[in-house]
Design a protein around this ligand. Structure first.
Ligand SMILES: Cc1ncc(COP(=O)(O)O)c(C=O)c1O
Length: 372
């Protein structure tokens, strides 16, 4: 018997935009192969990126930061998660405390176990981390660093106003915290306030991966360190590890896409596709307690008391759709949130997205009725 096809909605991949992506990527690949001698390009590690890579990273991050950082502060890595491995070990270290949102990106919790640092949750509202709660944590637990998303927080999609960003910076300065800002979801929404790193460059590690806008499989993330010396101390030559380095071909293609404007054109196409997808998703969910925001690659649905997220996710899966729950985002010892998380970029045709959303809305309604 054929295995039934499952529609994958648990990931926050951006939608494929082949009409724009394929010609841009092919052209970039051809340019790279023409400009460089393959044996020389692939014959050595990429270290922190070539000068051209770091300049491209400065251009790419500069769109969000407002001004281009000095290329020496930019490190090209093979993805945000790899950069975490270097930063969290180095900035927080064994038995150190890392302040995080009270629902945080799950790999942080896995790395906490691996490196022996202690993640401590800070309460959030619709704008993300609360400055007063961060202040209280700083007094009791003396964190060394703070990891957060100021835009489209994962999983809640909370997004900070400028005032909130400034208030977080005030606390970080008062307690001398390093700030690790993951801005990976910030390239699709329009009219955002600047990242926190632009307000406090002296203590910020700004991370901008391409996974949520250009392509997850490229495995490229740019990190902007507070200073050139700090960039070198955390990555190279201070730390002799190479696993986090970008593969030369991917780094070179990313550089080429940024230089040619192809990156911007791909991002614009993804943004457009997401506007259309939000138009499908939001009306279908109007009877649920959902949150999302323009440019978000996912929807967060809070569940009525009594509906158990993993049970609902199982029921939805039995009907052919794979969704995530809030459970992996909860800190150790904390209760899991009553919520499911649905990636809306991954389903290929929009008709598949619509089918999946109807199954989800239906299953939610069914679970709610069963409570009565
Ligand atoms: C908050 C956050 N950061 C980073 C990533 C991706 O990281 P990488 O650049 O390693 O693919 C994701 C993907 O799910 C994410 O949700």
């Amino acid at each position: 018997m054929m295995k039934p096809q499952i529609i994958e909605m648990s990931r926050t991949h951006p939608p494929l935009v082949p009409d724009v992506f394929d010609p841009e990527y092919r052209a970039a690949m051809i340019d790279v192969m023409t400009r460089y001698t393959p044996s020389e390009m692939v014959g050595a590690h990429r270290w922190m990126g070539t000068e051209a890579d770091r300049q491209a990273g400065a251009t790419f991050t500069g769109h969000r930061l407002g001004t281009e950082p000095e290329p020496g502060r930019v490190i090209v890595t093979n993805g945000t998660q790899s950069a975490f491995n270097m930063l969290l070990g180095g900035l927080v270290g064994h038995d150190g405390v890392l302040a995080v949102e009270n629902l945080t990106y799950p790999p942080i919790l896995i790395l906490a176990k691996r490196f022996g640092f202690i993640p401590k949750g800070v309460a959030m509202d619709g704008e993300g981390m609360l400055p007063d709660a961060l202040d209280a944590l700083c007094r009791t637990d003396r964190p060394k660093a703070l990891y957060l998303l100021s835009t489209l927080q994962n999983p809640t999609t909370a997004t900070m106003s400028l005032e909130r960003r400034e208030a977080i910076v005030d606390v970080a300065r008062r307690y001398d915290l390093q700030i690790i800002e993951d801005d990976i979801y910030s390239l699709l929404p329009k009219n955002l306030p600047p990242p926190i790193a632009a307000l406090a460059p002296e203590r910020s590690w700004y991370m901008l991966g391409v996974a949520k806008t250009i392509a997850a499989g490229m495995k490229i993330a740019y990190v902007v360190a507070p200073t050139i010396a700090q960039a070198e101390a955390q990555f190279w030559p201070g730390v002799r590890a190479t696993f986090w380095m970008a593969a030369p071909i991917s780094a070179a293609i990313s550089t080429q896409l940024i230089e040619s404007g192809g990156a911007e054109r791909i991002i614009a196409a993804v943004r457009q596709e997401m506007i259309s997808r939000h138009g499908i998703v939001r009306p279908i969910l109007d009877q649920t307690d959902f949150v999302t925001r323009d440019g978000a690659l996912h929807v967060w649905i809070r569940l009525p008391d009594g509906v158990v997220a993993p049970e609902l996710a199982t029921q939805i899966r039995e009907r052919g759709v794979n969704v995530g729950t809030g459970d992996p985002y909860a800190l150790p010892g904390e209760a899991a949130p009553h919520a499911i998380r649905i990636g809306i970029g991954h389903a290929k045709p929009q008709s598949e997205l619509e089918t999946a959303m109807r199954i989800i809305a239906n299953s939610y309604e069914h679970a709610r009725r069963a409570l009565r």
